[in-house]
Design a protein around this ligand. Structure first.
Ligand code: GTP
Ligand code: ZN
Length: 230
């Protein structure tokens, strides 16, 4: 069969994965810092040299005055944008409070702004995360949900993976009755290059526990996120 025709053939049922549930995440990626001990880190000078190579690749004169400090600045910017590899989600959610007597509903933190970098093009995608969880006895400081979002955002990501990681970390560490995560974002790899569609938003969600099992709770979460906005 012609390769082009074969590549656009719709999936037959037999092509689909037999199990439709998403693959489990490896706990090491959402509980601990992500830096790999078995993978030596290149020297900073090598990273700066790599930036110089890219500058030469695009046709720049790497010795002109305006670019002399650029390799250093770019590596410093990388340190900032990718600091999440060195941060540990479990530590952020470690501190909880027990003075929540009588509270038995979910806690929702809405509109957590973030910027991440897509792992396909290393270009920013940015938007808002909305996170709810239903605590069992102990609650976590509200800012920690934003800190957790930043840890995962400051790594190379797909939006789907980041959504799943945030939910999995809260689920595993706080062991709540359920977690709901909704992320809306714009991907610059889709707006300023490639297909060049400004303003297209991507929505991803992940529900666990009572949010997964109870459509009414899911709907309540979604209406609080969407209905009360702006
Ligand atoms: N599912 C998903 N896709 C993403 C994400 N970020 C970027 N992408 C997509 O990754 C895809 C990579 O597609 P490729 O065909 O391998 O790369 P490309 O030739 O640069 O694709 P174009 O962007 O269409 O020009 C593109 O469709 C991007 O829109 C993400 O977070 N999730
Ligand atoms: Zn991309």
């Amino acid at each position: 069969m012609d390769a082009t025709i074969k590549s656009i053939r719709p999936n037959k049922p037999s092509d689909r994965q037999p199990e439709s549930r998403p693959a489990e995440l490896d706990p090491s990626e959402f509980l601990a810092a992500a830096v790999r001990a078995d993978q030596p880190r290149p020297a900073r000078a090598d990273a700066e040299q790599a930036v110089k190579t890219l500058l030469a690749y695009i046709g720049e004169n790497t010795n002109r005055e305006g670019l002399l400090d650029t390799p250093r600045r770019v590596v410093e910017a990388f340190d900032e944008l990718y600091q999440g590899y060195h941060q540990c989600p479990a530590e952020v959610l470690d501190r909880t409070f027990g003075e929540t007597a009588g509270y038995d509903d979910f806690v929702l933190v809405r509109d957590i702004e973030f910027t991440s970098q897509c792992e396909h093009h290393m270009m920013p995608f940015y938007g808002k995360a909305h996170i709810a969880y239903t605590p069992v006895e102990r609650v976590v400081g509200l800012s920690k949900l934003a800190r957790l979002t930043d840890i995962f955002a400051r790594r190379l990501q797909t939006q789907e993976h980041m959504t799943a990681q945030i939910a999995a970390a809260i689920d595993e560490i706080l062991k709540p009755r359920g977690v709901a995560v909704l992320i809306e974002a714009e991907h610059t790899c889709m707006s300023v290059r490639g297909v060049a569609k400004h303003g297209a938003s991507t929505f991803t969600s992940r529900f666990t526990g009572m949010f997964r099992d109870n459509p009414a709770e899911q709907a309540r979460f979604l209406s609080l996120v969407r209905g009360l906005q702006r």
